[in-house]
Write a protein of this length. Structure first.
Lengths: 392, 262
């Protein structure tokens, strides 16, 4: 990392060597107030993203970005605070009161990460990209059943995600057709994730089919070796287009793997913008592996959820987002995500003000409601934050 | 004197056809040639849609409160308005974001460089203001006028010393979302000089004024576009800083995969 920063300094000091190098990025500062029961805690986050881009001749380029983050205030959590009491009691029965120590989580006070760094090259209809890179996959907005590369934040689905180390090859044809091959190397071929996706543009619709062999990690704290590598095959498909003037999309995946039952997930979505500029987006998500009732949520499922191994607990979810540009500079949005099985809900109100050409100010929050054993009800971490984002 | 006579003749001609339903059919040009509304719109398409172009432009948005925001973009067009690509080059907040419009604006993809995602967006999004400006996606990729509008010739009017056809047009089923528009077309160059947009009601809610005509590569080109939102009292001023016509642009430039190229 030090070498990388030194190289940056050299490039900046000797502009002759940086003729083709473009620097950009942003600073993001955020102050969050968290309400845990009767407690109010504060957390401050500073995030600096530095993007670098350079042409390597007419048919190749280099791009990447570093992210430096600092945390202050509330930097230590215990993940068990986000589990219902019944699940914590069950855990204590198995592992004793010392179990709490196993679930302490703290943010490093300072983190520097290489989010993306890749070389792209092009040869006619073919393109190749090697390195840590973004791998967008699927047409869903809040949920992507076919996307094994990214973990979306349900409360902020469009927020950027860290890149993945991969080799990607694409063969493009037509206006929006193509075949994409992705290889994420693991220790062995079996332990690597491989994906292929074919895409076509037909009658105004973008359609695609994909097959993914995913290598992934499961966590079982009751096992002497809690982390296990597993593989599974996923068959997926998606489309995006419009019916009358409503945008419509769907994405589905059939998941098959050793040691688990076959399951399937799908997303259906629609959106519209009305003449008074208000936008409406509705998305429905179904996961056949989810539970129909809160009482059926297993301890293992809860642990997977708080550790980010699984995305949801229930079978059926709906998201509703309404957004309106109050003026050219103010945009107000409200999103509601509901677990239809346990009737719990999270509301995300947000106001964004464009203070100047390169400065956005966001006031937002997450309000969790539901019974104590429900998915969003157990996550009693209602919070509000103020975020500044200054681009350069 | 000749002009006055010509206007009188034209008004007389329109008056003769008024009430017969024929007023939409015919108009007089400086060459004493009878033109239907469709023919006028075809000539507008011919005058305004170059075989190909490459340009750099700025958009200055003036909000209701008088604050200004400036956007800068490069644009490429091919086959008239059939293929259009816009890439924002400033400010840093939107740099790299791109919009690809194909098939006369019927297919639109939006690309975000930070997520490297190119997503097809539905036609309703054409009603959205582009980056908070007073231009919507359908204003930017207005497409082929002759196929997207039909209507009547109201008469003629003088705008900035130019004698113009004054037309009232309603969108065809393939056309944009406006209830109707009125346009003023310079009879000499067949360039649009003003457009009023209606949603509903008796007053227009937006007005586009095109001016500062310069001849670039043999084509008269309006270098300044001002879109006024008459309801919100905001304004967006778009200025062409550089433009070249008849440039050799490969088809692969206008593909979804090219959006991701960097």
């Amino acid at each position: 990392m030090k070498k990388m920063l030194l190289m940056l300094c050299v490039i900046l000091i000797f502009p002759g060597s940086a003729q083709a190098l473009e620097l950009s990025g942003y600073y993001e500062g955020q102050v969050t107030g968290w309400k845990f029961g009767d407690r109010l805690n504060w957390q401050a986050i500073n995030r600096l993203r530095l993007d670098l881009e350079s042409d390597l001749g007419s048919n190749a380029s280099l791009a990447g970005n570093l992210v430096a983050m600092t945390y202050d205030g509330l930097v230590q959590f215990n993940l068990l605070d986000f589990l219902p009491e019944s699940a914590v009691r069950e855990l204590e029965t198995w592992l004793g009161p010392a179990v709490w120590d196993s679930f302490n989580y703290s943010f490093n006070a300072t983190q520097i990460t290489l989010d993306n760094a890749f070389v792209s090259w092009y040869a006619g209809p073919f393109s190749f990209r090697l390195g840590r890179q973004q791998l967008p996959w699927g047409t869903g907005y809040a949920w992507n059943p076919t996307d094994v590369f990214n973990v979306k934040d349900l409360l902020e689905p469009t927020y950027e995600k860290p890149g993945r180390d991969a080799l990607k090859a694409e063969w493009g044809f037509g206006e929006a057709g193509g075949i994409t091959l992705v290889f994420l190397p693991g220790a062995t071929w079996q332990d690597s994730t491989r994906a292929v996706r074919g895409k076509m543009h037909v009658s105004g619709f973008d359609l695609s089919l994909s097959v993914i062999d995913e290598a992934y990690t499961t966590v079982d704290i009751f096992n002497p070796n809690p982390e296990q590598r597993e593989t599974r095959r996923i068959f997926g498909g998606d489309f995006v287009g419009q019916v009358w003037e409503w945008g419509v999309w769907a994405e589905g995946a059939w998941l098959d793997g050793p040691g688990e039952e076959e399951s399937w997930q799908f997303v259906l979505g629609t959106d519209n913008t009305f003449s008074w500029q208000t936008s409406l987006l509705v998305e429905y998500f179904h996961d056949s592996a989810g539970s129909e009732r809160a009482s059926d949520y297993s301890l293992a499922a809860w642990l997977d959820l708080v550790q980010g191994v699984r995305k949801t607990l229930g079978q059926d979810y709906v998201m509703l987002t309404v957004s309106h540009p109050v003026t050219a500079l103010w945009t107000a949005t409200i999103s509601l995500v509901m677990n239809m099985n346990d009737q719990s809900l999270v509301a995300v109100p947000q106001v964004v003000y464009n203070f100047s050409d390169n400065l956005d100010i966001t006031l937002s929050g997450n309000i969790f409601t539901g019974s104590a054993d429900s998915e969003f009800g157990a996550l009693q971490a209602t919070n509000g934050y103020l975020r500044l984002k200054a681009y350069f | 004197m000749k002009t006055t006579k010509y206007i009188s003749m034209l008004i007389l001609t329109i008056a003769c056809f008024a009430g017969t339903g024929w007023q939409s059919a015919l108009a007089k040009t400086g060459e004493s040639e009878d033109l239907t509304v469709k023919q006028i719109l075809e000539k507008v398409d011919e005058a305004e849609a170059a075989p190909s172009s490459q340009g750099r432009m700025t958009q200055v948005i003036t909000t209701t409160g008088g604050q200004e925001r400036t956007l800068e973009m490069i644009s490429y067009t091919k086959d008239g308005t059939d293929k259009q690509l816009m890439r924002y080059i400033g400010p840093a907040r939107v740099k790299g974001e791109s919009i690809l419009m194909l098939n006369d604006g019927d297919d639109i993809w939006y690309y975000s460089p930070r997520t490297d995602r190119a997503r097809k967006i539905a036609s309703h999004a054409k009603k959205k203001k582009v980056m908070g400006s007073d231009f919507t996606y359908e204003d930017m990729g207005s497409g082929n006028m002759a196929s997207k509008y039909e209507g009547n010739l109201i008469g003629q009017a003088k705008i900035d010393k130019k004698i113009c056809y004054h037309l009232e047009l309603t969108p065809t089923p393939e056309g944009p979302s406006y209830a109707k528009i009125q346009i003023w077309v310079d009879q000499e160059t067949f360039l649009t000089v003003r457009v009023d947009y209606w949603e509903k009601g008796t007053k227009p809610y937006k007005r586009l004024l095109l001016s500062d005509i310069e001849v670039i590569d043999g084509r008269p080109t309006p270098m300044k576009y001002v879109m006024k939102n008459l309801r919100e009292h905001s304004e967006t001023r778009m200025e062409i800083k550089e433009i070249k016509y008849n440039v050799d642009l490969p088809d692969k430039l206008f593909t979804e995969r090219n959006l991701k190229r960097r």
